[in-house]
Design a protein around this ligand. Structure first.
Ligand code: HQG
Length: 180
């Protein structure tokens, strides 16, 4: 098996957006039994020979840490849009985080702040490089916003650890955003 990019996309779809389509139910932290996920994926003949090792390799070989397996469970680490909000552990953020976006959203972000939009949380990057990669999905020349994360945290906005590069948060009012 070497189509890990395709597998990762489908696993993300199942675990972030549409578990019910796969007959799966995420627990309150987004976990699902790894064998149940395997069984559901294997119904598609494309994945008929899928094994646990493929999921492990998919995570290991990916350039982004989108999923994690602990014990007999797997979950997506960020990106959820399911109706039921996935709980995350509230964590104290670093002083600054970053958000890469496109120029055409800036007027609206100045007015309304950063909103989670289709997802459950706002997604922030630990460093400028990661934010740049995120922003590049939408814009060849992304805009990088600097977020006064620690100040926002001190004023009651909740932050959640996603992975080593990605933090999640509740909506961020524009007074905590440096537009430079
Ligand atoms: C924008 C990918 C107008 C926001 C990435 C963003 C990331 C506003 C878009 C992860 C706004 C939402 C998440 C406002 C926010 N007015 N636009 N008030 N507030 N926006 O995809 O952060 O490859 O839901 O700037 O790498 O771009 O899938 O969030 O452009 O880590 O694993 O609304 O998804 O990871 O877009 O990306 P998204 P995101 P994966």
């Amino acid at each position: 098996m070497n189509d890990y990019v395709d597998l990762s996309k489908e696993v993300s779809y199942a675990l972030r957006h549409s578990p019910s389509e796969y007959g799966l139910e995420l627990d309150e932290y987004g976990w699902v039994d790894t064998y149940k996920l395997l069984k559901a994926l294997k119904r598609n003949e494309k994945w008929a020979f899928l094994e646990l090792d493929d999921l492990v390799n998919m995570i290991e070989k990916s350039n982004k840490k989108r999923h994690e397996i602990i014990g007999n469970k797997i979950r997506a680490l960020y990106g959820h849009s399911t109706f039921r909000i996935i709980k995350r552990k509230v964590s104290k953020p670093p002083e600054f985080l970053y958000h890469g976006t496109t120029n055409k959203f800036i007027t609206s972000i100045k007015e309304k702040g950063l909103l989670s939009q289709e997802r459950q949380y706002v997604h922030l990057s630990l460093d400028v490089e990661t934010a740049y990669e995120v922003g590049k999905r939408r814009d060849r020349k992304p805009i990088i916003l600097k977020i006064k994360a620690r100040l926002a945290w001190e004023n009651g906005i909740r932050f959640y650890f996603g992975n080593d590069n990605i933090w999640l948060s509740d909506d961020i009012p524009s007074k905590y955003i440096e537009f430079s």
